[in-house]
Design a protein around this ligand. Structure first.
Ligand SMILES: *Cc1c(COP(=O)(O)O)cnc(C)c1O
Length: 232
């Protein structure tokens, strides 16, 4: 299994593998950002990653983020991934760089309310369930155009792209297919103009499949265990 030691070394390796995957996909590596998914990891591990030059971190629970954020330097970039409960939105502020899990109208409304209260515009990604996995969150691909159509009615929410999670039991070919579907959906919808929407980002790929995701066009990869080791 993955070693729990050597966060700095793990980061070096992951960055190398990102560069190699970018080369295979004929992509400029500077268009791919590595997010260190630090959920459940102790603050000391985040500090170790920070020392090794990592600045972008992703958490999936608001409560945990509230505890960790003040412990890390101010130039950390915080991403929220995973199901976001509407009753947690009130705790979010300008320290959140991007929310990857916009997946329903009720959350859109709550974010807009809170954005107005704080006078800031949230940068979000719409989560798409390309795998059609009933266990996973996210809108179905066919629901996306209607959803994007309404973003303009919520001035405190900006959509900057799509996010997806591959299916748990998928083969490599299936996973590749899901990533490709998300890119094709983006490319198709990008030709239309939506208010409050630009579709530059594709957040896809985790420890087991980030290279595949990069070859298929990911701009944000979310890597946890490959950096920090297995979660306790
Ligand atoms: C936990 C998590 C990841 C990271 O998964 P690893 O397998 O540890 O790389 C990425 N994205 C989301 C949404 C997650 O919840």
């Amino acid at each position: 299994m993955l070693a729990n030691v050597g966060i700095e070394q793990n980061l070096v390796e992951v960055r190398q593998r990102i560069a190699q995957a970018a080369a295979r996909g004929k992509r400029d590596p500077s268009t791919i950002r590595l997010l260190a998914v630090s959920k459940t990891q102790p603050i000391s591990s985040l500090e170790e990653a920070y020392q090794a030059g990592q600045r972008a971190f992703a958490e999936n629970r608001v409560q945990e983020w509230l505890e960790k954020a003040p412990a890390l330097p101010n130039d950390c970039e915080w991403h929220l991934v995973g199901k976001l409960q509407t009753n947690k939105v009130k705790y979010l502020d300008q320290r959140i760089f991007m929310i990857h899990s916009l997946d329903r109208f009720s959350l859109l409304e709550k974010l807009n309310e809170q954005g107005e209260r704080r006078q800031l515009v949230w940068t979000t990604l719409v989560q798409v369930n390309v795998a059609r996995d009933p266990a996973k969150a996210g809108l179905m691909p066919e629901e996306i155009p209607d959803f994007l159509n309404s973003i303009g009615d919520y001035p405190y929410v900006h959509v900057q792209g799509f996010m997806t999670i591959g299916a748990l039991e998928a083969s490599k070919a299936e996973t590749q297919g899901f990533f490709r579907q998300l890119r094709v959906l983006r490319d198709t919808l990008q030709s239309q103009t939506w208010s409050g929407v630009d579709l530059r980002e594709l957040s896809m790929g985790m420890s087991q499949d980030f290279e595949l995701a990069i070859e298929e066009g990911a701009t944000l990869v979310r890597v946890g265990r490959r950096i920090f080791g297995e979660r306790g």
